[in-house]
Design a protein around this ligand. Sequence first.
Ligand code: PLP
Length: 380
Amino acid sequence: MQKGLNTICVHTGEVEDKLYKGAVSPMYLSTAYAYDGLETSIYPRYFNSPNQLNLSKKIAELEHAEAALIFGSGMAAITTAMLSILKSGDHVILQNQIYGGTRNFIIEECRQYGISFDFIDVNNWSELKSTLRPETQLIYIETPSNPLLEITDVKLVTEFAKEHDVLTMADNTFASPINQTLIDHGVDIVIHSATKYLGGHSDITAGAVASSHSIMKKVFSKAKNFGGSLADQTVWLLERSMKTLNLRVKAQSANALDLAEYLQQSEYVDHVYYPGLVSHPQHELAKSQMKGFGGMLSFDLNEKCDISKFFNGLKLIKNVLSLGGVESTVLSPEKTSHSLLTPEERKAQGINSNLVRFSVGIEDTGDLKRDLRMAFAASL
Ligand SMILES: Cc1ncc(COP(=O)(O)O)c(C=O)c1O
């Protein structure tokens, strides 16, 4: 029987405490296990310690995938998954606007592996068609995108990919499996920076890949060679954190919608980017593939506001890197996540110097609005 989301978050993948019958999973820290003649012995770098194996089940069930693996970071998950599909001579098509670190990996590393790539508007069938080559093996997407919350038309991309026998990989970090399960929409491989919503408390660096058994077999054979597994203490902490994933993400999504509507009315804000707003140009598309719109939004400060003074004026909302924690945070994509793009590239993507990326936490929105009001006043 299909379990509810809170039940999956709390119970799937628990390690049973057979010895003492404790309520929570025991933590298995051994790096050496008895050799029992199995095909693959237990060894943490083989991604098969008791805590890793069990937490993988929770992530797979949440993502409606057959299997999953947990990694030491989101980038370890992304790079391992990509290189388990791509080999020398292959070509990959990527969505124009993706996380800066993924973009850097492609630009700085792929050529030396003999892998070619194109960044395009993947929502455009004719652009997909004109970019496709006989060597194309993978289409990589991220939706909603970082930092402008653009929505990728997942149905369009996966239909195109299946028609041309190409695999699709999607970064589901921003939405989390609570707000969208992309495998249901035809995506082959889902990846996560678990550092964000899955961890949810800004104290874990981790990543995850979820897919079919046959694809995960390929991912595993690269993963054990690249060695990007997650330490079992952190695996345990991630399992503990994920028990509240549904509660947290639902609260963050509701808060984000409230704040997006509030910011839209503000004289200090020129534009709000949030797919839950009816005014978002892709609101209907978002509704068709998302169950909730997530805790991330961005906004352009009005030119009368100084962005540094605005950040300094915030007392409750923290100006820090990263996102997805229970606490609200803001950053300037120009100065941080997208600083490695040239000014022309940022301009082409619509990333202005007064753009604020806002990861909305679970605090009371009345307090967050008061903090924003004070910071707006301080920014003049
Ligand atoms: C959307 C997205 N994907 C992937 C990553 C990379 O994850 P990590 O920092 O855990 O390696 C990030 C990090 O900010 C991200 O925002």
